[in-house]
Design a protein around this ligand. Structure first.
Ligand SMILES: [Zn+2]
Length: 254
């Protein structure tokens, strides 16, 4: 059984007022880091899960401007995924796969650093890439010009888990609800990279308190609730959940 390494990087953050997000919360601005997870398989293959925020300057039109009012992106130069990998002695060219959990700006901002990688996307994300609705929160201007021609592996975890590395060490799982085609990754059956299936592990039990507007910006609310129930089962079975916007105390998770 593989015993690879799983590392965590916070690549910028945003803040949001919890009182706007949920009923019954005091005024408190919560910090949501943009988490990126690197899996290094013992055979040398590497898989990045999401890419965090890109550089601070956005040129993403009116929709981008409105997005920054709602969820202001904050990132310093040394916090990009490229800078942090380099600081760890990992060249960006050495990353084999970049899995995108979904296409929101805080997950694809660092795509630009990985022109050599194979991007792993769900089929439903291709539909968003081809023809996004404004409500989907996808800002095509944040993707690099070369992205349409980049190497891609298109998967459909909705039809069953996808064994990315062929030995069960890294399985892509369908976690529908938050965004169209949203997916996670089960690493060595111990760690579930759960993307934005919840905005935080501590919020999983308070789904009923989420207000109407934040509910509405999710893709499908029924699926969101059902995904939370599945995540709670995974947790009860001893799987550690890692959401994109939770703080992690340690860099090395596995
Ligand atoms: Zn999201």
């Amino acid at each position: 059984m593989p015993s690879g390494e799983l590392r965590y990087y916070a690549c910028g953050y945003t803040t949001h007022q919890m009182k706007q997000l949920m009923h019954g919360r005091p005024r408190e601005r919560r910090v949501f880091p943009a988490g990126v997870f690197l899996y290094c398989h013992p055979d040398g293959r590497t898989v990045l899960f999401d890419t965090g925020y890109g550089p601070a300057t956005w040129r993403a039109g009116v929709a981008g401007f409105l997005y920054t009012l709602l969820l202001p992106p904050r990132i310093r130069p040394g916090q990009s995924i490229a800078a942090q990998l380099l600081a760890d002695g990992i060249p960006v060219e050495s990353i084999d796969f970049v899995v995108l959990s979904h296409l929101h700006p805080d997950h694809l901002g660092g795509v630009r650093y990985f022109p050599q990688a194979t991007f792993v996307l769900s089929e439903a994300m291709l539909e968003t890439l081809a023809n996004a609705k404004l409500t989907e929160g996808f800002l095509p201007q944040l993707l690099p010009h070369w992205f349409p021609a980049a190497a891609k592996l298109v998967v459909d975890p909705g039809q069953g888990e996808v064994d990315l590395l062929g030995d069960g060490s890294y399985r892509l799982v369908d976690l529908p609800g938050h965004a169209k085609g949203h997916m996670g990754a089960l690493v060595e059956e111990q760690a579930l990279l759960a993307g934005d299936a919840s905005w935080g592990e501590d919020l999983m039990g308070s789904v009923q308190q989420i207000k109407a507007l934040p509910r509405a910006i999710n893709h499908r609310w029924n699926d969101y609730e059902q995904t939370i129930r599945r995540l709670q089962q995974w947790k009860a079975n001893g799987v550690k959940l890692y959401f994109s916007h939770d703080h992690q105390d340690h860099k090395k998770l596995l």
